[in-house]
Design a protein around this ligand. Structure first.
Ligand SMILES: NC(=O)CC[C@H](N)C(=O)O
Length: 322
C-alpha cells in the first residue's frame, strides 16, 4: 500500500492526466474551452483535517451537479426523510442524468433519485425559505459553513449560462409540474436550481464537503453537529448508488466509496470515517463524469486501499478477509 502525501498525489495526477484526452470539456459553461482540457487537480482532507493537494487544485469551477448533495442534505434537514422521499425516489437509474423519458415510463409521481436533474429540481424546491433569495442564501450559508470558506459565491456568468441553456431542465420541471410531482412555483424552482449550480469551488472546497460527510456532519471550525448522522447515511448511500449517474455501478465496483460528479468535471468523494476528496478535471465522458478524475479516483482507491468493500487497513480488516 502507498501512503498519502503531496508527492504521491502529484505522481497520481501525472499518471491520470492522459485520460483527459478521452473526454470533452462542457463548452456551455463560460470559459470552458480547450485550455481546460488537460487540467486535473485533487485535494484530500483526512478526518483530522490535514489537507493534501496535487495538480491544478486551485482551479475554480462551477459546482454543477455536485450541488445535488448539498440540496439533499438541506432538504433532509428541513423536512426529514419521509417528506423528501415522497417527492423523489431512491433508486438508481440507467438513463442519462437529464433524461426526460424516465419521468413518464417509471412512476409519474416522482423522479428516480435526488442525483439526477429532475430529482434535484424537486429536492431543491423543498429547501425552506420565505422566498427564493432566502432559500439560496440558506444554501450558500450552509455551504460556506461546512467548507469554512466565506468567499464562496455564485458566478453571474455561469448563472446566466444556466438560464440560457436551461431548456432541458425547464422541460423536466414543467413535466413534473403537469403530473403533480413538483407542486411549487416552477420558475422559482428552476431559478433556485440554476443558482445552486453556479457556485464556484476549487478542489479544497469540494474535499471539505466530502470531509463534512466523512466526519459525522460536524462543522470544520468548532465541531458543531450540523446534520444528524442518519441523514448523512442517506446522502452517502444515494451517492454510492446514483452519484455517478449511469456509471454508478462501475464506480461502486472500481472505486468503492460514495462519489458525486458534476459536468464541470468536479467530483466529491467520501471515504466514511477516513477522508473527503475533491477533484477537478473538466474533460468529461458522455455520461457527465470527469475522465481523468475517474482514473485518479480508481488509482487512489487502489493505491491507498480505500474501497469500502475491500480490505483496506483503514477498515481494520486482516489480509485473511481479502
Ligand atoms: N450533471 C450535471 O452536472 C448537470 C448540471 C447542469 N447544470 C444541468 O442542469 O444539466
Amino acid at each position: 500500500m502507498k501512503s498519502l502525501s503531496h508527492e504521491y498525489l502529484e505522481d497520481a495526477i501525472e499518471d491520470s492526466r492522459p485520460y483527459a484526452s478521452k473526454g470533452t470539456v462542457n463548452k456551455s459553461l463560460p470559459d470552458f474551452d480547450g485550455t481546460k482540457q488537460d487540467l486535473l487537480g485533487i485535494s484530500i482532507i483526512t478526518n483530522d483535517q490535514t489537507c493534501y493537494s496535487g495538480g491544478d487544485s486551485k482551479q475554480y469551477v462551477p459546482m454543477q451537479s455536485t450541488s445535488k448533495i448539498i440540496s439533499l442534505m438541506l432538504a433532509l434537514h428541513d423536512f426529514g426523510k419521509d417528506r423528501v422521499f415522497q417527492a423523489v425516489g431512491m433508486e438508481p437509474m440507467g438513463d442519462f442524468f437529464n433524461s426526460i423519458s424516465q419521468l413518464e415510463s417509471y412512476d409519474t409521481s416522482k423522479p428516480f433519485n435526488p442525483m439526477i436533474n429532475a430529482g434535484a429540481i424537486a429536492v431543491s424546491a423543498l429547501i425552506k425559505g420565505h422566498d427564493n433569495k432566502n432559500r439560496f442564501d440558506r444554501y450558500l450559508k450552509f455551504l460556506r459553513r461546512i467548507t469554512n470558506n466565506y468567499d464562496l459565491d455564485l458566478d453571474e456568468k455561469v448563472y446566466e449560462a444556466e438560464i440560457a441553456n436551461g431548456s432541458r431542465n425547464r422541460a423536466l420541471a414543467y413535466f413534473m409540474h403537469s403530473t403533480g410531482s413538483l407542486v411549487s412555483d416552477v420558475e422559482e424552482a428552476l431559478d433556485l436550481y440554476f443558482r445552486i449550480n453556479s457556485v464556484m469551488m476549487c478542489c479544497e472546497d469540494f474535499a471539505k464537503v466530502g470531509t463534512f460527510l466523512s466526519r459525522g456532519g460536524r462543522a470544520p471550525d468548532n465541531d458543531e453537529k450540523l446534520i444528524p448522522p442518519h441523514h448523512l447515511r442517506t446522502v452517502k448511500a444515494i451517492m454510492m448508488t446514483s452519484g455517478m449517474y449511469n456509471s454508478s455501478g462501475r464506480y461502486a465496483v472500481e472505486v468503492g466509496f460514495p462519489c458525486k460528479s458534476g459536468v464541470s468535471g468536479s467530483i466529491i468523494g467520501v471515504v466514511p470515517g477516513i477522508m473527503g476528496i475533491g477533484i477537478v478535471g473538466p474533460a468529461i465522458d458522455e455520461k457527465g463524469n470527469s475522465t481523468a478524475g475517474g482514473a485518479l479516483l480508481r488509482k487512489i482507491s487502489q493505491d491507498l486501499e480505500l474501497n469500502m468493500f475491500g480490505t483496506g487497513h483503514f477498515y481494520g480488516r486482516t489480509p485473511e478477509d481479502r
